[in-house]
Design a binder for this molecule. Structure first.
Ligand code: PLP
Length: 428
């Protein structure tokens, strides 16, 4: 190499970041693209994006607000914070002050901020959504994965939490509880939340209730942890999932008065980082939270389609010997194929990643292995997202008649075909 050739500064990466990669998701995406470029059909059950369009009245509101160009208050547009508070009162029966709402560019960013600002260990169940643990790692927090059991849907259990907290009762901790869950579809019942609240209260654990899929709960039965542990719970929600607007990047946290110090500290950091969330999007978000018949109809139809599709997937895969809990909300199922281990081992498949790579190569079905969600690499588990269909068309058709098995086979056929292919392939 010539001495005069310019070289970049030495690679002194933050050691918490060094070696990090979005490896499994990227690998599956690249593999999918290669197959598509070879003319193969790929069923996209990997990415967790809403199949449905943003409701028309919310899109109209965005168009009308395209001229909004000013920086807004760090905590968010006052009218939006009022709308959030009204919405939480309507959906959960809980009262909050608009000053204790923090709007951000997606809840993911707010989750990073809360982990940065609050000093404590991160406590999450195995499996959990992909980004909680990497965020803790970047910031340098300890991560504690709670043991879970298939019998209870792989969710947080009071005993596991008690056992952890009793070991060092004064230690500050942040529990993230996601309901309905990505990746399992689990939704916690009022009784389960009550039992968890007792332990959280006993050890004064900070709880982040990630409710981003609340509006997709199949029977509209979502219940917030904040009902049972109001003094220590932050509610996290936004437009990404139930409003189909992931790319709009709008999320919010709602704090009780007892945690206003945390809201203020996060707002201080927000003011030095993202300043405020996109103005037109915040104006449009007000209309997404209003109590309107168009929104009710949109949510009802989306839930019926997702429920029927999740039911179909559950029946088909269970029939083929996979083990999983039925989903109660959201876009996901988390099947495990341990009963197939011997036969799969003969085919050279003895871990989750190989399972997913071979499934993609041999059937065109793209899913994510369980280890992306904190499960052991050896486990034959995976997450599938039942979202590869034309949501706009399905929503329109759902207004005309019943949403049953025949409906999903007709209007969500890429998903139903993919599930059938997966079931046949695993059972070979
Ligand atoms: C469980 C869960 N929480 C939070 C998020 C982040 O959502 P957003 O940053 O779009 O608000 C997602 C997105 O995939 C998710 O699945």
């Amino acid at each position: 190499m010539s001495v005069n050739q310019p070289r970049s500064p030495e690679v002194y990466l933050n050691l918490n970041v060094r070696g990090m990669g979005n490896s499994a998701t990227l690998a599956i995406n690249e593999h999918s693209k290669r197959l598509q470029s070879e003319g193969r059909q790929v069923y996209r059950l990997g990415l967790g994006q809403s199949p449905f369009p943003v409701p028309g009245h919310v899109r109209d509101s965005l168009a009308h607000n395209a001229h909004q160009k000013d920086y807004l208050a760090v905590k968010g547009l006052p009218a939006l914070r009022e709308a959030v508070v009204d919405w939480v009162r309507r959906t959960e029966g809980l009262d909050y002050a608009p000053d204790n709402v923090l709007v951000g560019p997606g809840t993911k960013e707010l989750m990073f901020l809360v982990q940065l600002v609050y000093y404590g260990d991160l406590v999450i169940p195995s499996p959990s959504w992909v980004s909680y643990a990497p965020q803790a790692r970047i910031i340098g927090r300890h991560i504690h994965w709670l043991r879970t059991r298939p019998e209870t849907g792989l969710g947080v259990e009071p005993d596991a939490l008690e056992e952890l907290c009793a070991r060092d009762p004064e230690r500050p901790r942040l529990l993230i509880l996601n309901s309905p869950s990505n990746p399992t579809g689990l939704s916690y019942s009022a009784e389960q939340l009550q039992a968890l609240a007792e332990v959280l209260r006993k050890y004064r654990v900070l709880a982040l209730s990630d409710e981003i899929y609340s509006g997709t709960h199949y029977t509209d039965g979502h219940v917030s942890l904040a009902r049972y542990y109001p003094e220590g719970t932050i509610i996290s929600n936004g437009l990404s999932k139930w409003c189909g607007a992931g790319g709009w990047r709008l999320g919010f946290f709602v704090f009780p008065e007892s945690l206003s110090w945390l809201a203020d500290a996060m707002a201080a950091v927000a003011s030095e980082t993202f300043t405020s969330t996109s103005a037109p999007i915040q104006y449009a978000a007000v209309s997404a939270l209003e109590d309107r018949p168009e929104m009710t109809s949109y949510l009802q139809r989306s839930r019926r389609i997702l429920a029927e599709l999740a039911g179909h997937a559950h029946r088909t895969l269970t029939g083929a010997g996979a083990v999983m809990s039925p989903a109660a909300g959201g876009f996901y199922l988390f099947p495990r194929f341990e009963a197939h281990r011997d036969r799969l081992t003969v085919r050279g498949i003895d871990n989750g990643r190989t399972f997913c790579e071979r499934l993609l190569e041999e059937t065109g079905v793209a899913v994510l292995p369980g280890d992306c969600f904190g499960r052991p690499g050896r486990e034959l588990s995976l997450r599938l997202a039942i979202v590869d269909f034309d949501g706009e068309k399905a929503l329109t058709k759902a207004a005309d008649g019943p949403v049953d098995e025949a409906f999903v086979k007709r209007h969500c056929d890429r998903v139903t075909t993919a599930i059938e292919r997966m079931a046949d392939w695993a059972g070979q």
